[in-house]
Design a protein around this ligand. Structure first.
Ligand SMILES: Cc1cc2nc3c(=O)[nH]c(=O)nc-3n(C[C@H](O)[C@H](O)[C@H](O)COP(=O)(O)OP(=O)(O)OC[C@H]3O[C@@H](n4cnc5c(N)ncnc54)[C@H](O)[C@@H]3O)c2cc1C
Length: 402
């Protein structure tokens, strides 16, 4: 009996697994396929929510969906070296053979060497976000006694850095309403904040940062990190007891162990069906995959791309195993919705990121995305109904934005 293994239970892996179940049932061959999903823990993590202060509901137990669908969950760390050898090797010595593999192990924070010594926080993982929360609460319990304790530096002003920086003023005040002022610094080597957005959107983001009192250091690199002190290029010093890295993502190390072309983020080049050119039995989806969208753009490291890619990969893995035609990955739209703190967000359309809405309207959209669109439905039949590549518009799957 063929064995489909899915490495990773994030957006691409989760939806890959459900899409595979749906497609093999569609072919009437469900009893003939074994499906296993391997993840380093038992949860489906909703990473775009990890910048929030309450993250308990930002992950969901994979067993809830996998067990009733007959998908075996293996919890374990996949060893880096041998992903495309028709066997996955786990760090604890277990070996899992496969006939087709969906590689969906995502990405991790790419931290500049200057922060090598530790003592910094991130919102990249559930554990990282939890550590940041505990640290802020410890400072609050101590009464935020010094200026440094009341200062947070966010490094990196991409989407994640902006969401963290604009959430922090409100989050800190909620922890200690009586405390004298907090300061949030946002530091980025790019000459301007909001690059990648069209002009109006860029202005709105900068204006929002100003209204929140976030101190922006654009065109500034951190050249030294000494405990609670950051030294910027040019000599400025930022004393901050809380330093949060939002310095970009890099593809999972498992991708680096596979031969073949990759991009600057370490993502593996895939063909139009999301297969590795040298290993047609291996598909890569989500942040490990360097896929082209219809507009001939590279898909981004985003759940907006990872979710549909997972659905195409699951569908195509089953069709590969049962000798059916594969379906080319297609994703016509690209929208974003950036959280800008309490009561505010900014939604854009198109690859030029043209301003669509701001303020409460955009915030309502962001809340909808975070709480509904990117969360798998709890009801199995609803989740399965969505687990279909967006090629079939009858599925009613929403166009994702995030
Ligand atoms: C703070 C933050 C905010 C974001 N905001 C947005 C947003 O607003 N909109 C948007 O579209 N995107 C956003 N993103 C990006 C988005 O979260 C990622 O693009 C998305 O998670 C990629 O999905 P994935 O399935 O490829 O990888 P992941 O979601 O990272 O899932 C990978 C899975 O593989 C597992 N895994 C990894 N390595 C191993 C191993 N060696 N062994 C076993 N298991 C392993 C992990 O535990 C995880 O479950 C945000 C990311 C962050 C961190």
């Amino acid at each position: 009996m063929p064995h489909l293994v899915i490495a990773g239970g994030g957006f691409a892996g989760f939806w890959g697994a459900l899409s595979a179940v749906r497609q093999v049932a569609e072919l009437g061959r469900r009893p003939e396929l074994r499906i296993t999903l391997v993840n380093r823990d038992a949860y489906h993590g909703i990473r775009p929510r990890f910048y929030e202060s309450e993250i308990a509901s930002a992950r969901a137990p994979l067993e809830h969906w996998l067990t009733p669908l007959g998908i075996r969950l293996v919890v374990g760390e996949i060893h880096k070296g041998q992903a495309v050898s028709r066997h996955l090797h786990l760090a604890d010595g277990r070996v899992i053979g496969y006939d087709a593999l969906i590689l969906a192990t995502g990405s991790h924070l790419s931290a500049p060497d200057v922060f090598g010594a530790g003592g910094v926080f991130d919102v990249d993982t559930y554990a990282g976000a939890g550590a940041l929360d505990r640290h802020l609460r410890t400072l609050a319990d101590g009464g935020f006694p010094t200026q440094a304790s009341r200062t947070v530096a966010v490094i990196g002003a991409g989407l994640t850095g902006l969401e963290v920086a604009t959430a922090l003023p409100g989050r800190l005040r909620a922890l200690a309403p009586e405390s004298p002022g907090f300061t949030v610094h946002l530091i980025d080597r790019a000459p301007e904040i909001g690059l990648g957005y069209e002009r109006k959107a860029r202005h709105y983001i900068r204006d929002r940062l100003r209204r929140l009192g976030v101190v922006v250091h654009a065109g500034q690199e951190v050249v030294r990190h000494e405990g609670c002190r950051l030294v910027l290029e040019g000599g400025a010093v930022v004393p901050a007891a809380t330093i949060i890295l939002a310095t970009g993502l890099r593809a999972s190390p498992l991708a680096s162990a596979v031969s073949g072309p990759r991009d600057a983020l370490g993502r593996l080049a895939v063909d139009g069906f999301l297969r590795l050119p040298e290993h047609p039995e291996v598909l890569a989806a989500g942040d490990v995959s360097w896929a082209r969208t219809e507009a001939n753009r590279s898909a981004l490291m985003s759940c907006q791309h990872a979710i549909p890619q997972g659905k195409f990969a699951g569908h195509n893995a089953v069709n590969f195993l049962f000798g059916r035609d594969l379906v080319p990955y297609a994703q016509p739209r690209y929208n974003t919705c950036l959280d800008l703190g309490p009561g505010d967000a900014l939604a854009t359309v198109g690859w030029e990121r043209r301003l669509k809405s701001i303020g409460p309207d955009a915030k309502a959209l962001k809340t909808e995305i975070l709480t509904r669109w990117i969360h798998p439905p709890v009801a199995l039949d609803e989740a399965l109904a969505l687990a279909w590549p967006p090629l079939d518009r009858r599925s009613g799957a929403p166009d994702l934005a995030g």
